[in-house]
Ligand binder design. Structure first.
Ligand code: SF4
Length: 358
């Protein structure tokens, strides 16, 4: 192994925080197997070496009307086009009921930014789910949606979260981060939350008592420095709030031809999994999205720093899916990868199918 890489990895293994400068060296010059060996060791310090966790949930996309128009998104329909949909409360309740029957009693509620929906749509929906299914954990919305709500009701963002929480929301996903630099956000989604606003939404959610996941989506025209800046922004957020439970590496999918897509090769995907495990000394879990990585690469990722499969997912409209579809399939997948499957809830409560703690 290159001496410089060895020195950096030894330092991380000795418990020192990986600097952004050294992270850039690892990303650019490190061999993915060297990073993977070190990341697996660190993963085993955060989590039991013989276990991999999974969680079953249903994604419900309540509307596909969206005025943000991200260049990579094929899910949205233009507001006013008449081609899209808004789900009624009853339709959402029916989907949750189906999910409960399929052993997935957790809801991931997300949609486009539809200016035709009043704030009461969000609170009424949350209340209806909570009243009908009090044991279902509701993970909802994303920074771009709550920033829209902030404008819609003209109140402080912390008030928006208080109202959503009072209506039944338990946790907040760190979706829509893509790459947290303004240059990349301008390229991919100029109308989406700026880096500062995205981080403000996450910090406010976590200060309101909601736990979150975080991610990166790469494989476009981002620069190496921007990948590290993204990781650094999330690590700094976590230093302040301690509300982030996990990090998930995602790659852009070929949904549209409106942005520059770079196919991320398998070794680079694994390198990201490992680098994130080495970089986030303050985030307990690294998840691999089987839906994005696929089963073969996903299995390898469990030996490169990841400890959770973020599956099974009952429905996902935004991405093509080749993920795991049931609890049985997920458990089999983990066992075949050489680990003991451990069920967990969104909040990482071991052995729980759901939980209603924030
Ligand atoms: S990714 Fe989300 S915010 Fe962007 S256009 Fe699609 S639905 Fe809208």
């Amino acid at each position: 192994m290159d001496k410089r890489i060895e020195k950096i990895l030894d330092s991380v293994l000795a418990g020192n925080r990986l600097s952004t400068a050294d992270a850039l060296v690892l990303w650019r010059e490190g061999n993915f197997r060297d990073l993977g060996n070190a990341a697996h060791e660190i993963r085993n310090r955060f989590n039991a070496a013989d276990e991999v966790s999974y969680t079953a949930f249903r994604v419900v996309n309540y509307t596909n009307y969206c005025n943000i128009e991200c260049s990579f998104c094929s899910f949205m329909d233009e507001v006013g086009s008449g081609k899209g949909y808004n789900l009624s409360k009853e339709e959402i309740l029916r989907k949750v009921e189906e999910a409960i029957k399929l052993e997935a009693p957790q809801l991931f509620l997300q949609g486009g930014v539809n200016p035709d929906l009043p704030f009461s749509y969000y609170t009424d929906t949350l209340q209806a789910v909570r009243e009908t299914f009090p044991d279902v954990h509701i993970r909802a919305f994303s920074p771009v949606e709550v920033l829209y709500m902030e404008k819609l009701i003209g109140r402080e963002l912390s008030d928006v979260f208080s109202l959503l929480k009072a209506a039944g929301m338990h946790s907040f996903p760190g979706a829509g981060a893509e790459i947290l630099t303004d240059r990349m956000r301008d390229i991919l989604s100029p109308k989406k939350a700026s880096t500062t606003d995205w981080l403000r939404a996450m910090e406010t959610a976590q200060r309101s008592g909601m736990k979150s996941s975080t991610n990166i989506v790469w494989g476009s025209e981002e620069q190496d420095e921007e990948i590290i800046a993204h990781l650094d922004a999330l690590r700094n957020l976590q230093d302040k709030t301690h509300g982030v439970l996990s990090f998930v590496p995602w790659t852009f999918q070929a949904q549209t031809k409106k942005f520059r897509l770079r196919k991320v090769p398998p070794h680079e995907y694994l390198k990201m999994v490992s680098l994130s495990r080495l970089f986030f000394d303050n985030i307990p879990h690294i998840e691999v999205s089987i839906m994005v990585a696929g089963k073969q690469l996903g299995e390898l990722a469990l030996h490169f720093g990841a400890d959770d499969i973020n599956s099974p997912v009952i429905e996902e409209n935004v991405l093509r899916s080749f993920g795991l579809k049931s609890v049985e399939e997920s458990e089999r997948f983990i066992s075949e990868a050489g680990f003991k499957p451990i069920r967990r809830s969104f909040s990482y409560v071991r052995g729980a199918k759901t939980d209603t703690t924030p």
